[in-house]
Design a protein around this ligand. Structure first.
Ligand SMILES: *[C@@H]1O[C@H](CO)[C@@H](O)[C@H](O)[C@H]1NC(C)=O
Ligand SMILES: *[C@@H]1O[C@H](CO)[C@@H](O)[C@H](O)[C@H]1NC(C)=O
Ligand SMILES: *[C@@H]1O[C@H](CO)[C@@H](O)[C@H](O)[C@H]1NC(C)=O
Ligand SMILES: *[C@@H]1O[C@H](CO)[C@@H](O)[C@H](O)[C@H]1NC(C)=O
Ligand SMILES: *[C@@H]1O[C@H](CO)[C@@H](O)[C@H](O)[C@H]1NC(C)=O
Ligand SMILES: *[C@@H]1O[C@H](CO)[C@@H](O)[C@H](O)[C@H]1NC(C)=O
Ligand SMILES: *[C@@H]1O[C@H](CO)[C@@H](O)[C@H](O)[C@H]1NC(C)=O
Ligand SMILES: *[C@@H]1O[C@H](CO)[C@@H](O)[C@H](O)[C@H]1NC(C)=O
Ligand SMILES: *[C@@H]1O[C@H](CO)[C@@H](O)[C@H](O)[C@H]1NC(C)=O
Length: 381
C-alpha cells in the first residue's frame, strides 16, 4: 500500500470532496531507483523483545526488512531509535512497549526514513507512564518530561494503528514529513485529566502532504496543532478533553511561518476547551491560508466553540496583524458548548483577516460575545 501512497491519498481526497485554494507545487513522486539503492536483504524479519531488545534493535536495524518490537522495556532516558532505516523497512509493535521513567526531554521513540511503515499489531500499545511525571505543570515547570513519538524526516511512509498511552507531554511530533499517511492511530492520555498538561495529540511542522484519518485522541492540549506546512488533511477523527483542532500557535521561536491548504473534516469534538481554533502569537509575522473545517460536531465545549485569536501570549483585546488569515472556510460546524462558555470569538488584528466563508455554522448553548474585533465582512461573531 505504501508505494501507492500518492494514488491512495489522491483517491481518498477525491472521495471526501476536498478542494482548496492554491498551494505550492506538489513534490514530485519518489523515483524508484532512489528507493532501491540502500535496501538490505528484503526477506529478513527480526524480532526484538524484553529489556535488552532495544539494544539489539538499535544495533541491527539496518539488517532487517521487518523489525518486530515485541513487548520491549526501554530503559530510562534512552530513545528507542529507529532513525536512518533502510528504504522500505517495516516496523511492527507487538504487545505493550513500556518506557521507563527518567526526567529528560525525550523523545521516547523516533523514526525516520523513506517508504517506512510503522504498525501497531492488534492489542499493542506504547506506554509512556505519564502518571509518574504529571504534576499539573506540563512544559512550564516541575519535572522535565520527555516528548513521546518523533517522526522527523519521514517520507512516503505510513503510521498504521499505533496506540500511544500516557504521554508525559507531547504525543506525536511530525516534523519534516513528506507524503505521510497516519491511519487509525490512538492517543489515550485520558488518565492525565487531573494532572496531565501539554499532552498535544499531533504537533505538525514543516509538513507536506499528510493525511491523518481515523485518529482518536483523549488528552489535555491541542488535539492537532499545525505550525507550518501545507496540503494536510485530518479526517474521520475523534478528540476528547483537549484544546481543539488548531492552526498555530503561529510565531514564537519560528517566525514567518506559513500554513496553507489544510482541511479538518468529519470529526467529533467532545469536552474540548475549544473545537475550531486559529491562534497567532502577539507580534508574530506569518501566513495562514486556505483552511477548511467541514462537518465538525462538538459537544460539551468548555471555553469556546470557535476561536480566532491574534493576541495569543500577549494582551487580550490587543490583537496584532502580522499574520494574515485568508481563505478560512467553515462548512457545517455545529453543536454545543457549556452555558458559561462562548459560542464564537474572533479577535483579529486590523486588516489581517479577510476572505472568510462560513456556511451552516451553528454553535449554541453558550454566550454570544460582544467584544469580537476586526471581524471580516460577511461573518457573524
Ligand atoms: C536473505 O536472508 C535470508 C534469510 O536469512 C537468507 O536465506 C538469504 O540467503 C539472504 N539473501 C541474501 C541475498 O543475502
Ligand atoms: C545505537 O547505535 C548507534 C550506532 O549505530 C550508537 O552510536 C548508539 O550509541 C547506540 N545506542 C545505544 C543506546 O546503544
Ligand atoms: C516500499 O517498500 C515495499 C516493501 O516494504 C516495497 O515492496 C516497495 O517496492 C517500496 N516502494 C518504493 C517506492 O520503494
Ligand atoms: C497492554 O496494556 C493494556 C492497557 O494497560 C492492557 O489492557 C493489556 O492487557 C496489556 N496487554 C498485555 C499483553 O500485557
Ligand atoms: C525526505 O525528502 C526530503 C525532501 O525531498 C529530503 O530532503 C530528505 O532527505 C528525505 N528524507 C529521507 C530520510 O530520505
Ligand atoms: C490541498 O491538499 C490536498 C491534500 O494533500 C491536495 O490533494 C490538494 O491538491 C491541495 N490543493 C491544492 C490547491 O494544492
Ligand atoms: C514583522 O514584520 C515587520 C514588518 O516587516 C517587522 O518590522 C517586524 O520586526 C517583524 N516581527 C518579527 C517578530 O520579526
Ligand atoms: C453535517 O455534519 C454532520 C456531522 O457533524 C453530518 O452528520 C451531516 O451529514 C453533515 N451535513 C451535511 C449536509 O453534510
Ligand atoms: C464554567 O464553570 C465551571 C464550573 O464553575 C468553571 O470551572 C469553569 O472555569 C467555567 N468556565 C468558564 C469559561 O468560565
Amino acid at each position: 500500500m505504501v508505494q501507492h501512497l500518492e494514488t491512495f491519498l489522491a483517491a481518498l481526497l477525491v472521495a471526501s470532496g476536498v478542494s482548496a485554494g492554491p498551494a505550492p507545487a506538489p513534490t514530485p513522486a519518489p523515483r524508484l531507483e532512489d528507493a532501491v539503492i540502500k535496501r538490505g536483504n528484503t526477506s529478513v524479519s527480526c524480532t526484538f523483545s524484553g529489556s535488552d531488545g532495544y539494544l539489539s534493535a538499535n544495533a541491527s536495524k539496518t539488517a532487517c526488512a521487518t523489525i518486530v518490537l515485541s513487548a520491549l522495556t526501554v530503559p530510562a532516558g534512552i530513545t528507542l531509535d529507529m532513525e536512518g532505516l533502510n528504504d522500505g523497512t517495516n516496523i511492527v509493535f507487538v504487545g505493550n512497549t513500556t518506557f521507563e521513567y527518567a526526567e529528560w526531554s525525550g523523545s521516547l521513540f523516533s523514526v525516520s526514513g523513506n517508504n517506512i511503515t510503522v504498525r501497531g499489531a492488534p492489542g499493542s500499545s506504547l506506554d509512556g507512564q505519564g502518571a509518574l511525571y504529571w504534576d499539573g505543570m506540563g512544559n512550564s515547570g516541575g519535572v522535565t518530561k520527555p516528548k513521546f513519538f518523533k517522526a522527523n524526516n519521514l517520507n512516503n511512509s505510513m503510521l498504521d494503528s499505533v496506540v500511544i498511552r500516557n504521554a508525559p507531554r507531547n504525543s506525536f511530533s511530525l516534523n519534516y514529513v513528506n507524503n505521510l499517511l497516519v491511519k487509525d492511530v490512538v492517543v489515550d492520555d485520558s488518565t492525565g485529566d487531573a494532572l496531565g498538561k501539554n499532552t498535544d495529540g499531533f504537533n505538525i511542522n514543516n509538513a507536506n502532504n499528510v493525511l491523518i484519518t481515523g485518529a482518536k485522541v483523549w488528552n489535555q492540549d491541542d488535539c492537532v496543532a499545525i505550525n507550518s506546512g501545507q496540503n494536510i488533511v485530518f479526517t474521520k477523527g475523534f478528540c476528547s478533553g483537549g484544546h481543539g483542532l488548531s492552526i498555530g500557535s503561529i510565531g514564537g521561536q519560528d517566525n514567518d511561518n506559513a500554513v496553507q491548504n489544510v482541511t479538518f473534516s468529519d470529526t467529533v469534538m467532545e469536552k474540548s476547551q475549544q473545537s475550531v481554533r486559529i491562534k497567532s502569537i502577539s507580534g508574530a509575522n506569518g501566513t495562514v491560508a486556505d483552511i477548511t473545517y467541514r462537518n465538525i460536531f462538538m459537544s460539551g465545549g468548555t471555553d469556546y466553540g470557535i476561536i480566532v485569536d491574534q493576541s495569543y501570549n500577549g494582551v487580550d483585546g490587543e490583537p496584532t496583524n502580522g499574520v494574515s488569515i485568508t481563505g478560512f472556510v467553515l462548512q457545517n460546524v455545529t453543536g454545543t458548548v457549556n452555558d458559561n462558555a462562548t459560542n464564537k470569538y474572533i479577535e483579529c488584528g486590523e486588516g489581517s483577516c479577510s476572505d472568510w466563508t462560513w456556511t451552516d455554522v451553528q454553535v449554541t448553548g453558550g454566550l454570544n460575545s460582544a467584544s469580537c474585533m476586526n471581524v471580516p465582512e460577511g461573518i457573524s461573531c
